[in-house]
Design a protein around this ligand. Structure first.
Ligand code: DQA
Length: 147
């Protein structure tokens, strides 16, 4: 079972960017955690990051049939991208939206998400643990457990 973990713009700056909000660990650390946690749960995890909306759209479009699910932190495109919304709708894979920070206690422009209508679950504010939770939920769902 293969899961695609996608990160959008500025998430390559993790560790250097607003450490008070996002922590001091890096994207490489987060991706390693996802691969390790995935392996523990019997999932093969492929991690990608892009600062380009179109590249994210293409990766989402091409995710099926080789991937069974997507974990998406679209960064700021969460709040702006109809194209990401439409790509998720087109590909139809089970998707969990994740944000490191609690977007609802931040600026009001972060309160709306174009990803949420296409996601079966949303996790925010739990930092890296949000990805552990997302992988656990996907493992249960894809293996038909009632988590
Ligand atoms: C984020 C929240 C977004 O509002 C922001 O633009 C990001 C990161 C998060 O993980 O908390 O880039 O998606």
């Amino acid at each position: 079972i293969r899961v695609l973990v996608l990160h959008g713009p500025n998430l390559n700056m993790l560790g250097r960017r607003a450490p008070d909000v996002y922590g001091t660990a890096t994207l490489a650390d987060l991706e390693a955690l996802c691969r390790d946690e995935g392996a523990r749960l019997g999932l093969e995890v492929d991690c990608r990051q892009s600062n380009h909306e179109g590249e994210l759209v293409t990766w989402i479009q091409e995710a099926a049939p080789s991937f069974s699910a997507i974990i998406l932190n679209a960064g700021a495109y969460t709040h702006t991208s109809v194209a990401v919304h439409d790509a998720l709708e087109a590909v139809g894979l089970p998707t969990i939206e994740v944000h490191l920070s609690n977007i609802f206690r931040r600026e009001s422009f972060r309160h709306h998400s174009y990803v949420t209508p296409q996601a079966f679950g949303v996790i925010c504010g739990l930092g890296f643990d949000g990805y552990r939770a997302a992988l656990l939920a996907l493992a249960n769902r894809l293996k038909g457990n009632n988590g």
